[in-house]
Design a protein around this ligand. Sequence first.
Ligand code: SAM
Length: 375
Amino acid sequence: MKNEILNTRFVKITLSSPKNGAQYDKISIRPVILKGKDYIQAERFKESKVFHLNVEKTAFGNFLDETLPFYAQICVFTAGKTVTFFCKNGKIKRSESKNDLKGEINLANNREKDYILKEGENIPPLVDLGVFTRDFKIVKSKYDKYKQINRFVELIDDECGKIEKEEITILDFGCGKSYLTFIVYYYFAKIKCKRVKIIGYDLKKDVVSGCNKIAEKYGYENLEFVVADVKKDVLYDREIDIIISLHACDTATDYALYYAITKGVKNVFSVPCCQHEINLSIKKGGDMDCLLKYGIIKERVSALLTDSIRAMILEDMGYKVDVIEFVDLAHSPKNLMLRAKKTRGVKFVNAEEIERLQTAYGFEQTLFKLVNGKK
Ligand SMILES: C[S@@+](CC[C@H](N)C(=O)[O-])C[C@H]1O[C@@H](n2cnc3c(N)ncnc32)[C@H](O)[C@@H]1O
């Protein structure tokens, strides 16, 4: 088994069903490149914590010698095939099944080691918010959220890490429990040592009040949470540098984008959430009809259409837009980010096509309505 693993170009290996003496409940292993060097990274899960270990490729054999005997089930995932080893009473049973993993392992994009928020780093609000334990380890059930906010901050860092302004103002639409808001504040105020003003908006009074208490507790000046309906309430409207939204429900995302457009906000980072609007109204009407036949496909197509239309509108409004997969699907099914930077004036290039699609397929899209003065 060990030799087979060492001679396999694997995407991932999982070790589960711990035996007596196992230190961890489960281990997930994958290849990574850190600072240009090949490593094997082990995510080791124990109760509610996750521990990372980066093993040099040359030491991987020793790592397997020390680890494999403690797990009864070992699954080796390669492109297209999963090999499972069941190890019981000194015997190994091997089976194979097909999988739909892709051949390319995107090592270049692997930035684990470069994470801006590091496990073990003293970020106290993350403890209050239940993302870190008291000793700053990641709480297992919050691991996906941790990945999301970390990646979000990385993307902000790529675009805005070098902003020279003395004070940066950021609005967060649909901040919810505000994991992201706190982290973005921490990034600018504590890592970049910038003056930053952040306002998080949400409908939920109790959640907003809890977030304000945490901000106060840690003396986070100019971090404020406000109860507001971003679809209709009056929001902060002085110089705004960045608008962010992470999974703001349905059309709340459109209002975030519209606010950015109308206030000329230079940088927008928006990860949309559930998107019911087009799915509920779209009708058959042309070449796309076969994509509307089956419920689940229709739902996905509608969501993708929504984001395409949003991106196209932003382009017309003078933004350079990137639609990027913001985290791996495993960490969130809502994993597309619209990253937009205002680089020029308004030029209607896409509006006609959106209008045509709306007419042909009988739907209306909120951001399109808003930019066309219909509310
Ligand atoms: C799925 S949660 C995401 C929260 C947070 N951004 C995160 O990623 O953890 C969506 C949040 O958007 C808020 N929301 C939905 N519609 C809103 C509106 N019209 N105005 C303000 N907040 C809204 C909800 O109350 C909820 O807290």
